[in-house]
Ligand binder design. Structure first.
Ligand SMILES: Cc1cc2nc3c(=O)[nH]c(=O)nc-3n(C[C@H](O)[C@H](O)[C@H](O)COP(=O)(O)OP(=O)(O)OC[C@H]3O[C@@H](n4cnc5c(N)ncnc54)[C@H](O)[C@@H]3O)c2cc1C
Length: 283
């Protein structure tokens, strides 16, 4: 296969070679690229183009030998159009965009998320378990109910192989403990005094709660959060439609991953986001 670089402005046409129902209203896909491309880093995203319908950002769950795994949760017209696609159909992708997670060495890695936020956390998990100086990896996943939990089987298998510690919760108690994933996260922080880094991806309100919680513990040396619950148009900084106040940072190029120091400066974080017209609305 010919080597190439993914293009930021023109979609690369890929074939859907696998599709499965990951959980309720959420499907996993593997896309085959026509060229051998550079590696994506956990937390980066692509723009997925469904010809004749729309183009929107999605995270990267896996990448290997010219194949990309993504996870798409049904929201509206664009995501439904992808879910209607079958093996053998073609879509376009642009990327890779954005700043990735940056895991330091010799810390506890605490990954917490829900919904499609689990997509970048899947790639982060895979890279952490191959990380030589890896310390403990804890995954805290929460969902409304069992049928909304992404990557459940994959994460349980990793826990059975003693690769990770998996803490699972549901709002209705249909799987794991009943309650929010922050309950076990807080227990962990109370009982473990060694340095920890929190990586979060999911609804922004949940991330703000995690951020305020993490700040109470001095053993949390950094928090890295994916501000992906936001509108992105071009993906490479040109339109500035995803800009946050008061810093003027663009989610697509300066994020979507921001660390503690940056999150402290973004007053929009957990408070306001922009619609597709650029207008601000309360979260
Ligand atoms: C960095 C990033 C990574 C993402 N990763 C994933 C992922 O891995 N899997 C996944 O299923 N979803 C992901 N999303 C969300 C996904 O882009 C939206 O759910 C999708 O665009 C909705 O389009 P729609 O036409 O189905 O729904 P619509 O009915 O158009 O919108 C439903 C919701 O999605 C939001 N949305 C619509 N268009 C966009 C857009 N261009 N950018 C961001 N949000 C939009 C709307 O504001 C609204 O809140 C990600 C978003 C961002 C910003």
């Amino acid at each position: 296969m010919k080597k190439g670089i993914m293009n930021n402005t023109r979609p690369l046409i890929c074939k859907i070679v696998d599709k499965w129902e990951e959980c309720d209203d959420t499907f996993g896909f593997v896309l085959e690229l026509p060229i051998k491309i550079q590696k994506a880093k956990p937390g980066q995203f692509i723009m997925l183009w469904i010809p004749g319908v729309d183009e929107y950002p999605v995270g990267i769950a896996g990448i290997k030998n010219g194949f990309i795994e993504i996870g798409v949760a049904k929201m509206g017209v664009g995501t439904s159009a992808m879910i209607d696609k079958q093996k053998g159909d073609f879509v376009g992708i642009r990327g890779f965009f954005g700043k990735p997670f940056k895991p330091p060495k010799n810390v506890n890695h605490l990954l917490i998320g829900g919904g499609f936020g689990m997509t970048p956390l899947k790639l982060l998990t895979s890279s952490l378990i191959n990380f030589e100086e890896m310390q403990r990896v804890h995954i805290f996943e929460g969902a409304r109910s069992k049928n909304k939990l992404m990557y459940l089987e994959w994460l349980e298998n990793l826990e059975n192989q003693e690769e990770i510690f998996f803490h699972v919760s549901t709002d209705d108690g249909s799987y794991g403990y009943k309650g929010f994933p922050t309950v076990d996260l807080e227990k962990f922080l109370q009982n473990n005094k060694t340095p920890s880094v929190i990586y979060a991806a999911g609804p922004e309100r949940m991330m703000k709660v995690i951020f305020d919680l993490g700040k109470k513990y001095s053993n949390v040396i950094d928090m890295q959060m994916s501000l992906a619950d936001r509108y992105i148009r071009c993906g490479f900084g040109l339109c500035a439609g995803c800009v946050v106040d008061p810093t003027g940072w663009r989610i697509c190029t300066d994020g979507p991953i921001f660390n503690t120091e940056q999150l402290e400066q973004i007053t929009d974080f957990g408070n306001f986001r922009r619609t597709e017209t650029g207008a601000k609305e309360k979260i």
